[in-house]
Design a protein around this ligand. Structure first.
Ligand SMILES: C[S@@+](CC[C@H](N)C(=O)[O-])C[C@H]1O[C@@H](n2cnc3c(N)ncnc32)[C@H](O)[C@@H]1O
Length: 234
């Protein structure tokens, strides 16, 4: 009988250490990527499939989402980022492996820095942040949305994927348990509330334009400068 797969951790802080071990050439693998990337793309596609310009991903982790979506959007240039050196190395390994011309080298961005910026800078068509806000302090949510207020172009969108409370309430018992387990690991972490994120968006000249239900009690928040939900960018 084949040995059973080891249990997957409910959340991963550093891939390769508390998740699946590093693969060939330093390409790390996030098990959640295989479960969520297609559903996330279905939500992004109406906005990004025909868009042009620059997309900045924050907290890119292994780099798998960036290369998967870059392969589908040749008119966009994707800029992955993270703060962990091991993740930056994995992103670069995925970039080299895929050979995609529209993926820039990974850059270190720490969202706890209120003055964070990207290189080379300038206005962005879109920003993407997947499964970061619950596993980081509240200032990361504040600084992400403030950054969107500074950096998104006129029709730009910030897409944020993860588990969220809706108007103060968990949307499933499993999310409430997940929230408790996160807070037990670190009191500064936790499942964020769409109402608080909408308030942050408004304070930065943005609108929480859409909340898209996703599988496994997750959502994609579409935060827009102009409040429109589904118009193709640029
Ligand atoms: C659960 S992982 C998700 C990674 C990837 N987005 C994915 O979905 O596979 C959370 C990521 O957030 C990054 N992260 C945590 N705190 C951060 C911060 N202050 N600034 C930028 N990235 C951060 C971690 O290094 C990690 O790559």
């Amino acid at each position: 009988m084949a040995p059973a797969d080891p249990p997957q951790p409910r959340f991963v802080v550093e891939f390769g250490k508390d998740g699946t071990p590093p693969a060939e050439a330093g390409r790390l693998d996030a098990p959640a990527f295989h479960r969520n990337h297609d559903a996330i793309w279905q939500a992004l596609a109406p906005h990004l499939a025909a868009a042009r310009g620059n997309v900045l991903e924050l907290g890119s982790g292994t780099g798998q989402h960036t290369v998967a979506y870059a392969a589908l959007t040749p008119a966009l240039t994707w800029h992955p980022s993270d703060l962990q050196e091991s993740h930056l190395a994995s992103i670069e390994a995925w970039r080299a492996h895929t050979g995609l011309a529209n993926v820039a080298p990974p850059q270190r961005i720490d969202l706890t820095d209120p003055g964070w910026n990207w290189t080379p800078g300038g206005l962005l068509t879109a920003m993407l942040c997947i499964n970061v806000l619950h596993i980081s302090p509240w200032c990361v949510s504040q600084n992400l949305i403030a950054g969107a207020g500074r950096l998104l172009d006129r029709a730009g969108r910030l897409f944020v994927y993860g588990p969220f409370k809706r108007d103060g309430a968990h949307t499933a018992p499993s999310n409430a348990e997940f929230d408790a387990s996160l807070r037990a690991r670190n009191p500064d972490w936790g499942v964020r509330d769409t109402r608080d994120l909408a308030t942050l968006a408004a304070a930065n000249g943005l609108t929480l334009a859409d909340v898209v239900p996703m599988p496994a009690n997750n959502f994609i928040l579409v935060i827009a400068r102009d409040g429109r939900t589904s118009t193709t960018l640029n």
